[in-house]
Design a protein around this ligand. Structure first.
Ligand SMILES: C[S@@+](CC[C@H](N)C(=O)[O-])C[C@H]1O[C@@H](n2cnc3c(N)ncnc32)[C@H](O)[C@@H]1O
Length: 268
């Protein structure tokens, strides 16, 4: 299956899939993700980058489990995976009956994913939405059947660090404008620390931006009630070691977060 038309940022979805496939092989895995291997096989991708895996492998493992739990613990039956890449959740999570899962990403990414997953049966009503998050994606989402009056569970995973602060603000403004009271958002974020800069390599580094420098304040400013944790604390709960740079117990000063937030009442 060809990757034609998938740009550098789109290809980062396969870097994440490599890390999820590695987690899937562990006897003490935090989640099962057979889709990751399926997508990689369809793309003909095998190799892993050891330095990148050392920093981001534990982050991807811990974040995936945390965000799985966050998505399944909510009441919303309308879910939006913003920039879904090779996220296998439509197929691998046990969604409550009738859940609609919208997947927003670029056309070539979704075209590849739809073809690669053709033999699989989604465990939800899956609605791929081709859109560019830098333009008016709210229209495309609503044309695909999204209804703003229903509470929504949003996911922004592996995305905030590719945005600058203004773009992160724009994204959250749009999400907020589409969200009924009680909607939730779950996310991860990783500060562009020196340790990360060394490990991720020049190709990925070019795509890295600051994102929101204080995720809790960013959410509060937009009317959300945040519950944000350090990656190190969530990793400790799962008994998983993270890269030392992100582990305050080991003297690490780099910041990485996982969080959820609920939208407080707003006039529609
Ligand atoms: C690092 S991957 C993360 C994918 C997925 N959320 C996960 O954690 O597995 C980033 C994804 O964001 C998508 N993306 C980046 N910029 C985008 C844009 N402007 N519009 C739509 N999708 C975008 C890419 O195509 C890619 O699939």
């Amino acid at each position: 299956m060809d990757l034609d038309g998938i740009d550098a940022i789109g290809r980062t979805a396969f870097e994440v899939a490599l890390l999820r496939a590695a987690e899937d092989r562990r006897p003490d895995r935090l989640f099962a993700d057979p889709c990751a291997r399926l997508f990689l096989d369809a793309a003909g991708i095998t190799g892993e980058k050891p330095e990148f895996a050392a920093v981001m492998g534990p982050q991807v493992a811990v974040r995936t489990r945390f965000l799985d739990d966050a998505l399944l613990s909510g009441e919303a039956r309308q879910v939006v995976l913003v920039a879904s890449g090779m996220d296998g959740r439509p197929w691998r999570l046990g969604w409550p009956g009738g859940t609609e899962v919208f997947e927003i990403d670029q056309a070539p990414v979704l075209r590849f994913k739809d073809a690669a997953a053709a033999s699989l049966t989604a465990r939800c009503v899956r609605r791929p939405v081709v859109a560019d998050l830098r333009s008016d994606w709210a229209v495309a989402l609503q044309e695909a059947g999204f209804r703003p009056e229903r509470p929504t569970a949003w996911l922004t995973e592996g995305l905030l660090y590719a945005l600058d602060e203004a773009a992160a603000d724009g994204l959250l403004s749009t999400i907020t404008g589409l969200s009924a009271t009680g909607s939730t958002i779950a996310f991860d974020h990783v500060e562009a620390s020196d340790a990360l800069r060394t490990a991720i390599g020049p190709e990925l580094l070019r795509l890295w931006r600051s994102g929101p420098t204080d995720p809790a304040r960013w959410l509060t400013r937009h009317g959300w009630e945040p519950d944000v944790s350090d990656l190190a604390d969530i990793a400790a709960k799962y008994g998983r070691r993270i890269h030392l740079a992100y582990d305050p117990a080991a003297g690490g000063t780099a910041r990485a977060w996982l969080g959820r937030a609920v939208l407080l009442g707003q006039e529609r």
